[in-house]
Write a protein that binds this ligand. Sequence first.
Ligand SMILES: Nc1ncnc2c1ncn2[C@@H]1O[C@H](COP(=O)(O)OP(=O)(O)OP(=O)(O)O)[C@@H](O)[C@H]1O
Ligand SMILES: CC(C)(CO)[C@@H](O)C(=O)NCCC(=O)O
Ligand SMILES: [K+]
Length: 267
Amino acid sequence: MADHHRIPVHIRRRDIPEGGPVSVCLQLDVGNSRVKWRLLEQGELRDRGHFGHHDSAAKARLLEPLGPEANIWVSSVAGPEFEREFTALAERLCGVSPWFARSTARAGGVANSYAQPSRMGVDRWLAMLGARQRSRERLCVVDAGSALTIDIVSAAGQHEGGYIIPGPALMERALLLDTDRVRFDEDVSYALAPGTSTAEAVRHGIALAQVGAVAAAIAHNGGEQPTLFFCGGAGETLRQLLDRGGSYLPDLVFEGLEVQAREVFTD
Ligand SMILES: Nc1ncnc2c1ncn2[C@@H]1O[C@H](COP(=O)(O)OP(=O)(O)OP(=O)(O)O)[C@@H](O)[C@H]1O
Ligand SMILES: CC(C)(CO)[C@@H](O)C(=O)NCCC(=O)O
Ligand SMILES: [K+]
């Protein structure tokens, strides 16, 4: 842990001494379907990608070129085995101990509503910190990944609460698993019109459920209309189908990771 305090955080160009070491920061967003990553050098994006949790070749390609001066920051909602394995691999391949962000009671101007903050998925927490950094208005943060999560943050920065709903792929798998005749081969895209085939009825039904959940979350929680932020693989599609504006920010979790890291490493 002490090691991290020497590491320059939120590396701005003017922080780097002339001829000094190049600050490298590898950031990972470990979700339930896949691992997303981006690589920054002196605060500038150099590369990005994604891979499966068990793709050891991809992990080696990412870690091997890094030197011991690199920072590795991780948001992970995967189990502790991923954390252990990835830490051991990073230590072996580049001599760096990754820092894993945790959900806390408060950070970046946001107060957690959970009695046990560490129980909250850190991706939700970081997405809220990222959104709060961009807007001080009342927020609705929607992460449409394996799960659809919807979180409301008041203008004062209080997490009002949130929702965890199966995401589109999970909804479809649940239907196929527990029915005999819901079967189709067509690859129909998500839309809201009533379906006129099994494929459409399923895909449009799922789109309706996802969009409807966000609309209902906003309607049910009254008050000031929140500013919408979307992230996750289905985030932009959902934003368009909902048709209430808002921003799609695929890097919201990474942005929150930087907010939390800045607080942790500069106290
Ligand atoms: N372009 C797209 N349009 C609509 N839906 C999509 C699109 N891409 C992915 N999805 C759907 O969105 C869901 C999440 O996709 P994806 O796996 O990309 O999310 P993710 O945010 O990486 O998930 P996690 O963080 O949980 O690993 C899946 O149900 C997938 O079917
Ligand atoms: C809900 C997911 C799966 C979304 O990725 C993740 O945030 C998670 O595992 N959360 C733990 C439970 C909670 O957030 O209360
Ligand atoms: K996610």
